[in-house]
Ligand binder design. Structure first.
Ligand SMILES: [Zn+2]
Length: 294
């Protein structure tokens, strides 16, 4: 059974590799430019993974495989790591993570963050024929911390590195995955028809990051109306939303108070509404709605 599963996974990596990269998101500059916010987790949940006590006699391969299988089943994702992803890692300019204890620790972090989402969320995406995969890597050669892409044959991929801002990067990339799905299955233009109204009237997104200004950015501009959670939000509409969403997942109380009555709050409400409309598994009081209880 194990052999069959491995073959399927290897095949899947290959398919992913051949029909590659129709869309890419890089979070690299986010790391440099965002205002860092500490995570105050008040969400109660029972982990699907029992606490792991490391000791030198532990069979790491067996433990990794057990954790991987548990998470794959529970979250309806595929997880890839180690030497199996050498080829695809090269393409996204990532280095393979060889250290098994670090790999295990990233998987545990991934589990901690994934359990903030409702059960069945990824299954809804999967049921429409898309496949969501998570690749665990050591680092990116270009300084990125994470990346999301989708292939033309329906693979949605997230690449996560061993980074200190893992949680923020993961939620940013997972939002891209949700938006890939929304783009393919729904009228996203209509869903976000009001988005521009939450930006300054003369504002245009700018892909040349050297031209981005601090105007209207939370933590960087104390004069003007707040419209952006980070400088990287000004890169594109989808990056803006990914940044807003990840801030909803990791922000602390002070941060939320500062958003009161700002356009950032309107953006948060817009995202919450769209997710609620699109996904049946999303009910009220989701983790990302904590901002409402300011
Ligand atoms: Zn992004």
């Amino acid at each position: 059974m194990t052999t069959t599963k491995k073959s399927n996974k290897e095949f899947s990596v290959t398919v992913n590799l051949i029909i590659f990269l129709t869309l890419i998101c890089l979070v690299g500059i986010t790391r440099l430019l965002i205002v860092h916010i500490s995570d105050k987790n008040t969400f109660e949940n029972v982990s699907i993974i029992a606490e792991i006590n490391y000791d030198s006699n532990m069979d790491l391969d067996k433990t990794l495989s057990k954790v991987e299988n548990t998470m794959e089943k529970h979250y309806d994702i595929d997880i890839y790591y180690g030497d199996m992803i050498q080829e695809i890692a090269t393409i996204v300019q990532a280095n393979v993570l060889q250290d098994k204890i670090t790999t295990l620790s990233i998987m545990q972090n991934l589990n901690n963050e994934f359990q903030k989402y409702p059960e069945g969320l990824i299954k809804e995406i999967q049921d429409k024929g898309y496949k969501v995969s998570v690749y665990i890597v050591d680092s990116f050669n270009n300084g990125n911390v994470a990346l999301a892409n989708r292939t033309s044959n329906g693979y949605f991929n997230i690449f996560l590195s061993d980074a200190s801002d893992f949680a923020k990067a993961f939620h940013h990339e997972l939002y891209h995955i949700l938006e890939y799905y929304i783009k393919l299955e729904y009228d996203i233009e209509l869903a976000y028809i009001n988005w521009d109204k939450y930006n300054p009237s003369d504002f245009k997104y700018e892909q040349d990051v050297t031209k981005l200004t601090y105007n209207n950015v939370y933590g960087l501009d104390s004069q003007r109306e707040l419209c952006f959670v980070s400088l990287y939000s000004k890169f594109s509409e989808s990056e803006d939303r990914a940044e807003v969403f990840s801030s909803m997942m990791v922000s602390n109380e002070n941060y939320k108070k500062n958003y009161k009555a700002s356009n950032i709050l309107n953006k948060m409400n817009n995202i919450t509404q769209v997710l609620d409309d699109v996904f049946a598994s999303i009910k009220s009081n989701m983790y990302w709605e904590r901002y409402k209880n300011i």
